[in-house]
Structure formats: structure tokens, C-alpha cells
Design a protein around this ligand. Sequence first.
Ligand code: NAD
Length: 351
Amino acid sequence: MMSVFDHIEFDRHEEVVFFHRPECGLKAIVAIHNTHRGPALGGVRMYPYRSDADALQDVLRLSKGMTYKSAISALPLGGGKSVIIGDPRSDKSAELFEAFGACLDTLAGRYIAAEDSGTTVQDLEIIASKTAHISGVGERETEDGAIVDGDPSPATAYGVFMGIQAAVKHRLQCESLSGIKVAVQGAGAVGSRLVQHLTQAGAEITVADIYSERAVAVAEQFNAKVVDCEQVYDEVTDVFSPCALGAVLNEKSIPRIKAKIVAGAANNQLASMADMDMLAQHGVLYVPDFAINAGGVIDIASFRAGLTYEQGMQQVAGIYQTVTRILECADREGATTLAVAQQLAEADLRS
Ligand code: NAD
């Protein structure tokens, strides 16, 4: 029998709640890792997990990552996450999201939901019809009159762009990204916007996606080169930017990575802690995922605080300083970047 408390990823979770509403096919898990800094904020992931155990493992890992993400970014938020077990292409219905909203409402604001892989602003709006404990919905007007919705992906992409600049400055002593070669894995919501920022800054881009037409569309728009998904690790570049899935840094991929820096949006990029040491042994500078991909949650926090869109983006730009602080501290202490980032986040949680 699966034990939740003994689960290797349980690691001091405050609350883990399983919701089942058979009448609409809802099976969901909400994990609240830590509320020391504020309510636990995290996205709603919808994914056709092979087993309940896989869903539990995913939600626990992601939830703890959100605690670190908010702490390292000094946000007044804790860490949590939720997963809906189902295929986002075929299992979505208004009833399912309404039922999920009613379930979230019972948590009385200890967990605040946002978009994540498999859910959209429209899905969140349905959830919001049953609970007020939602973010990532609602619109803001920019200074030049454009309307932006609650989708966190543009802010995440901008934050990753700032983090890449900090890592390039630190490792390659380059102030500019002009001529810097970057391989982007995943041409989705974040990856495609990241490619736009990078090309505007003069970087040379290689892009890969399992849906090759997405990679081709981004490459055509931004004059990038498309590479096969399997070959993206072998590309001779300055930066490898994982913007697709977790666990892509593992014992098989790391020996193949030619880039000097790994810096991307994906959550839980390392398959295991041992992979951090392996990256360091290979001389690859790893920018911890929860520090560099915090742009979306920083933007959400700024929205909740009533800041303007531009003020929110200024806060997202602070990822440059956060990443620099981690990399400098790791050099000083002779520790891995991941160990330093985790220590900084933990120290913040204790304070
Ligand atoms: P997305 O689903 O829009 O894009 C992911 C892309 O990766 C898709 O186009 C998909 O086809 C592609 N992909 C999947 N497997 C691949 C593989 N093996 N090789 C190459 N491409 C592959 O997701 P997104 O919103 O762009 O998020 C990207 C990553 O960043 C995810 O891991 C997500 O959890 C993480 N993240 C996203 C945000 C955000 O604001 N959207 C915030 C923090 C972290």
C-alpha cells in the first residue's frame, strides 16, 4: 500500500488532500507544502497520469518547488500545487472544473490555484465561478493600452531571459547575448516567447519540439534553426534551455550536453539530486529551475498586490539579481548552485 507520509517527496507537507467526484469524473490531489510566507500558491496541472502514484509524486515535487520558488523570490506566498488526473485533450468539461472549484473552496484560501500545464485561463475562469481562491485570471492594461490576461507564461519567459543573461555574464563574462548560442527544448508557451526575447537580444537559436511543426513555426518567425528532439542535447551551444518537461537532466543526457550553461523554464529539471553533482563534474553551470522560472508567480504576486503590469515586469527582472546572487554564493562557498539556492530558500523559511 502506498504511504503518503513515508513518501520520499512528502518532506514536511502541511496538507495533502484527495478529491473524488465520480459524477463528473474528477480525481484530483491538492498538495500544500508550506504556508509560512503566505497562502500556498501553485498551478493546476491536468495530465493523464499512468497511475495515482505518479500523480502523487508529481504534485508533491511540484508543490515543494513552489515553496522554494516563492521563498527565493521573497514573495508573500507559500508553496502548493494541484493535479487533476485526466487528459486535457479529451477529459475537460465545465462540470469537472466547477466541481474542482467547489473542492478548492473547502480549503478556505490555504491554497490558491493558477494555470499550469494542461489548464488554460478559460479553465481557471470556470473554477473561479465556484471559489475566490484563484489567481491568473483577470486582465490588466499596459501603459501603451494593450490588454494582458492572467496567463503567466510571458512573465515566465521574460524571467528566464533575464536569468540567462545573468548566467552568461557570470560564466562567459559577456554583458550582451549577441552571438551567444542557445538551444531551446520546447517551443510552447514559454519556449516560443523566450526565443523571441533571445533573438531580439542577438542570440543564435536552435529549437526542438516533439511537435516539429511548433519548432518550425518558431524557427521561421525568429530565424532560428530547428533540430531533432533527440539531438538537442548534442548541440554545441553556450546555453541549453529546457522549456519542455521535468527530469531531462539525467545520467543519459548529462554526458551529452555540450553547453556551458543550463538555464530554462521547466520544473524539476534534475531527475535526481545525484544529477546535480554529475552536471558540476562535467563543468556545466546549472541555474536552479525554481529560481529562474519564478517569473509567472512573481507576476501573479504583483497582480495580487495591485501593482501595474510594468511594475510587475520590473519585479520579474529581479530574477537577474537572484540568479547572480546564487551563482556568486556557489563560487564563494565551493557548493553546487542547487545546494546554495535551496539553503537560501530554507533560511528564508526559517526567518
Ligand atoms: P507548453 O506545454 O506550452 O510547452 C511545452 C512544449 O514542450 C510543447 O510544445 C511540447 O510539445 C514540448 N515538448 C514536450 N516534450 C518534449 C520533448 N521531449 N522534447 C522537446 N519538446 C517537447 O508548456 P509551457 O507553459 O511552455 O511550460 C514549459 C515548461 O516550463 C513546463 O515544464 C512548465 O511546467 C514550466 N513552467 C511553466 C511556467 C509558465 O508560466 N507557463 C512557469 C513555470 C514553469
